[in-house]
Design a protein around this ligand. Structure first.
Ligand SMILES: Cc1ncc(COP(=O)(O)O)c(C=O)c1O
Length: 453
């Protein structure tokens, strides 16, 4: 007998394993899909048309009873795990108390508490304030709006390979026209795309890449007209691009020296995903504004702009807000997410996932020359696939290989997402509940899929 107290293993209502019992998609999913085709427009596509009935931890259960290990987490939303108990209880409790008042009419504590937590957990110990909204794109829109108001300047700079959303302004901010913008113009003006650091493809050091970006900012826009630079510390849809060391810090220094608001879009990289509350911390950044969304409320729609109090206060009363922004149920869930991250030491879980995944992927890279790059931090890891024989030369993107791996894994009960400007990046974006065993299993499925290509 020992006296050591150990943390109890989490209890899941769905066994944490993959289990395929029908063809994929199964008959019930196919039936639902037929109904959907009649009433949901083509523009709303689904990567994998299996219809989900339940979800828990790292596992999805479809309407046919198939179980999928989820390496997408609804694109980085269910970071604390699907239907995490504390989140469910907080939201359910809030549903009984008050569902809606509209914070800009009659406020409530949950909104204030989320703003306090954001002030505590976003980088930097300066005075901060937050506005809560409904989606990532809305957070980006508000961040830009506030930066323009504060600086009195018009221009917005974004990095190549960025993704910021599907509203009119954010469509103009994305790198990829197809599918996000093609045919949907005219777009918002005064948005400038500047080169990013992409170590695998540009081979530049951080200072070299920063000098190139800053030259664009100065020559193409001019610092005196620039309101803000919006940067994802680790680009999400762009393919989990981790910039070269010193790159982002140099950009932030340039922004500070030139009165430009530095906005970190942490919508995909934030909320404990990378083993820090915000990925900015890995790069020594203290952004003027930080954008949160996705993982902030465990699956409920909530997003935030958090920033220096003096910048946030530049908007006039009534200039910020919206009917559902900071909804009490979503806000109560967000409070539970912050508490769960602390209580379950989820920052350490993200680090564990990197330790379990990255070396295994690097081993695969030794074996298969189509794996050009293995990169990422914490539970935000990716492999970039190139055409055979091009890894040392042109690094020709290989989206076909990614699509075939994803299709093969889905048939076996593992859900992966692609990413990248050329669609040639396979990303691992699981909830932090995913076990080492499920990770090892997923890597062996990828190994077999690549061998079969
Ligand atoms: C970095 C980043 N910014 C903004 C967005 C847009 O968020 P939403 O889809 O909630 O509007 C996303 C969504 O994928 C994102 O990854």
């Amino acid at each position: 007998m020992t006296d050591t107290v150990s943390t109890p293993a989490p209890v899941y209502s769905v066994p944490q394993e993959r289990r395929i019992v029908t063809a994929i998609p199964g008959p019930k999913s196919q039936e639902l899909h037929e109904r959907r085709l009649a009433v949901v427009p083509t523009g709303v596509s689904s990567a994998l048309p299996i219809y989900i009935a339940r979800a828990n931890g790292a596992v999805l259960v479809d309407v046919d009873g198939n179980q999928f290990v989820d390496f997408g987490a609804g694109i980085g939303v269910t970071t604390v795990g699907h239907t995490e108990t504390a989140v469910v209880e907080a939201a359910a409790g809030q549903l009984q108390d008050v569902i809606h008042t509209l914070f800009t009419i009659t406020p409530y504590e949950e909104y204030v508490r989320v703003a306090e937590l954001l002030a505590q957990y976003t980088p930097g110990d300066h005075a901060k304030k937050s506005v809560l909204v409904n989606s990532g794109a809305e957070a980006v829109e508000n961040g830009v709006k506030i930066a323009r108001k504060f600086t009195g300047r018009r221009a917005v700079a974004v990095l190549d390979h960025a993704y910021h959303g599907r509203t009119n302004l954010t469509m103009a901010m994305n790198y990829k026209a197809m599918p996000y913008a093609t045919g949907f113009g005219p777009f918002a003006g005064d948005v400038y795309h500047v080169p990013n650091s992409y170590p695998y493809r540009d081979g530049l050091s951080g200072p070299e890449a920063a000098a190139r970006t800053i030259a664009y900012l100065e020559k193409v826009i001019g610092a005196s007209d620039l309101a803000c630079l919006v940067a994802e510390p680790i680009q999400g849809e762009g393919g989990f691009i981790v910039p070269a060391e010193g790159y982002l810090a140099a950009l932030q220094d340039w922004c500070t020296a030139n009165g430009v608001v530095f906005i970190a879009d942490e919508i995909q990289s934030g909320m404990a995903r990378t083993g820090a509350f915000y990925a900015s911390e890995h790069f020594g950044l203290v952004p003027d504004l930080v954008l949160s969304a996705k993982g902030i409320a465990g699956g409920l729609p909530l997003a935030a702009v958090t920033g220096r109090a003096e910048i946030m206060d530049s908007a006039q009363p009534g200039g910020l807000g919206g009917t559902f922004g900071g909804n009490p149920v979503a806000a109560a869930a967000a409070v539970a997410v912050f508490e769960t991250i602390e209580r379950n030491d989820l920052l350490a879980e993200a680090e564990r996932i990197e330790r379990a995944l990255k070396p295994a992927l690097l081993e695969l890279q030794e074996k298969y020359d189509i794996i050009g790059d293995v990169r990422g931090i914490g539970a935000m890891i990716a492999i970039e696939l190139v055409k055979p024989g091009t890894a040392q030369t042109t690094k020709e993107p290989n989206p076909d290989a990614v699509n075939r791996i994803i299709a093969s894994a889905a048939q076996q009960g593992i859900l992966f997402l692609n990413a990248g400007t050329w669609g040639n990046v396979l990303r691992f974006l699981p909830s932090l509940a995913v076990s080492d065993e499920l990770i090892a299993d997923a890597v062996s499925v990828i190994d077999d899929a690549i061998a079969a290509l």
